[in-house]
Write a protein that binds this ligand. Structure first.
Ligand SMILES: Nc1ncnc2c1ncn2[C@@H]1O[C@H](COP(=O)(O)OP(=O)(O)OP(=O)(O)O)[C@@H](O)[C@H]1O
Length: 512
């Protein structure tokens, strides 16, 4: 938490919904719960008897077994002292889910506040206290909080009051539950989650000698294609689609699922590995794939499988485009104008004319950014060092000599795939390529550049990063670069063209 989120292309479960289903967030406890003094049991997530074993927990979250075991180890036995934990990782890597479900599994009493929605200290403090006092915000109380907290000292004062009240109420300890949704508390230590900082920023961002206890870091890496396959296998197998299949057809169902996942995940994973983005894209595709199979007379064999595959392939690219569609809206201030080269001299907007006829009028830095984006989309990231680093050439030559025919073939296939289907890339990679290609520039500022306010790129180091980011934003707004996931949307012709006279070197895949 505590990070800027990129616009999302699909709807996903919100953090509150993760907490709300099936066990409800303690904040959203029944109104009746606020009528009795809070007990420890009221802070346990999950109904009586509802408990996942550690093994179940790991199988519910494929790819997170080691992190779950580590979290269980760090949390330790009930009431054991622990250091703060810093859980971090990319978007949708399961940070919230595994933390919440682990607490639920352990039946540890806890309150959970999202630092994303509780974006200021008073809001965060009040959210924690509302949960501890079992105070739901609703129309009846005018959506007010249990306590008003202006400062950290107010918070500490009310926190003590709330904790003493809960711990003094022994009903929770004796295991008698006072609320329909609460489970029997395991131990009497109350955990504040949210003060366990969950973020996509690295730990270093928060590290400083400010006197707080340094938290134990726990990193959740992006999922591999294998992990994603397991996640979707699990989720999909539970869905009602499963109801179509019975008896021996179940085997057909699972082999169809495995095959479909394999075919779909490969191109999709090049663009995103986020479960929340992949999930809504995959479900309709799988339904489509299953259409012919749900016919009870269908008997899969080599020939029908091939037909199924051919039929199915036609749906993948449209689904890919649909999922990662970028808005075609152009920002009014950053309209990129193009002029017809031959003749009339009138100006027209990009998209109205043939590329061959166009001449670009945009800052040279923007052209470099455009070409950097193009290169990042069409070249595998593994080639960057050999393509752009000054020392890269010789090593890549050596590597080339060492490559077997098979690996050359594989490399060519990857490059072919990238040409047909440009990949997405992180902003850092784009900026690194931009730095590399602009740092070899030797010419003085061109006229255009001066006209656009002198974003000089004769030396990459002279370009202000803020200017480059501004330009990047403009190119995204003008739809030259996809902004949901950074991805070049221009053709090879267009990329060459944009560079025009400024071409110094290109590193396109050789087999274009
Ligand atoms: N390993 C997994 N197995 C099954 N589902 C998963 C897994 N990881 C994530 N998900 C699903 O992906 C969605 C997002 O997960 P979650 O909110 O826990 O991620 P997050 O890292 O907290 O996201 P954010 O960075 O946005 O805070 C949820 O619907 C969750 O169930």
């Amino acid at each position: 938490m505590g990070k800027e989120e990129s616009p999302k292309t699909t709807r996903r479960k919100t953090r509150s919904s993760v907490l709300a289903t099936p066990p409800k967030n303690v904040v959203e406890e029944t109104k009746a719960s606020s009528l009795h003094p809070p007990t420890l049991s009221d802070l346990v997530l999950g109904e009586q008897g509802e408990s996942l074993s550690a093994n179940d927990l790991s199988s519910v979250f494929p790819g997170r077994c080691s992190q779950i075991l580590e979290l269980l180890r760090l949390l330790g036995l009930p009431n054991s002292p622990m250091l703060p934990i810093f859980v971090y990782g990319g978007t949708s890597t399961g940070k919230t889910s595994i933390v919440v479900e682990t607490f639920r599994h352990l039946k540890h009493p806890f309150v959970y506040s999202s630092c994303l929605t509780c974006y200021s200290p008073p809001i965060l403090f009040e959210s924690v206290l509302n949960q501890l006092f079992l105070h739901p915000k609703n129309a009846a109380n005018g959506y007010s909080s249990a306590k008003r907290c202006e400062s950290p000292s107010d918070f500490i004062h009310f926190l003590r009051e709330a904790l003493f009240s809960i711990l003094g109420n022994t009903k929770g300890l004796s295991g008698k539950v006072t609320s329909k949704r609460s489970g029997k508390a395991n131990g009497n230590m109350i955990y504040l989650v949210g003060l366990i900082f969950i973020s996509s920023a690295s730990l270093d961002t928060y590290y400083s000698n400010m006197g707080y206890v340094e938290p134990i870091p726990m990193y959740l890496p992006d999922y591999t294609q294998d992990d994603l396959q397991k996640i979707f296998m699990r989720n999909q197998a539970n869905k009602k689609l499963f109801a179509f299949f019975s008896g021996t057809k179940i085997v057909v169902f699972f082999s169809a699922l495995i095959f479909c996942l394999f075919v779909v995940l490969r191109p999709f994973c090049r663009i995103t590995r986020r479960v929340d983005e992949l999930s809504p894209a995959f479900s309709p595709l799988f339904t489509k794939y299953c259409e012919p199979i749900t016919d009870l007379n269908f008997v899969p064999n080599k020939e029908t499988n091939q037909r199924l595959y051919n039929f199915f392939c036609t749906h993948i690219v449209p689904a890919l485009n649909e999922t990662f569609k970028v808005s075609s809206q152009k920002s009014p201030e950053v309209e990129v104008e193009v002029k017809e080269r031959k003749g009339k001299g009138g100006t027209r907007k990009f998209g109205d004319c043939e590329v061959e006829q166009l001449d670009f009028h945009m800052p040279t830095s923007a052209k470099y950014l455009l070409i950097s984006a193009f290169l990042a989309s069409r070249n595998p990231a593994t080639l960057d060092s050999s393509l752009f680093e000054s020392t890269g050439d010789s090593s890549s030559q050596k590597q080339k000599r060492k490559l077997s025919d098979k690996s050359m073939e594989q490399k060519e296939t990857t490059e072919q795939e990238l040409l047909l289907n440009p990949g997405s890339f992180p902003k850092e990679r784009l900026l690194a390529i931009f730095q590399c290609i602009t740092s070899v520039g030797e010419g003085p500022l061109d006229e255009e550049e001066q006209e656009y306010g002198g974003l000089g790129i004769q030396d990459g180091n002279d370009v202000l990063m803020s200017d480059v980011l501004l330009l990047l934003f403009s190119l995204c707004s003008a739809n030259f670069i996809g902004s949901t996931r950074y991805r070049s949307t221009v053709s090879e012709d267009m990329a060459f063209k944009s560079f025009g006279l400024h071409a110094r070197f290109f590193c396109f895949p050789t087999n274009r």
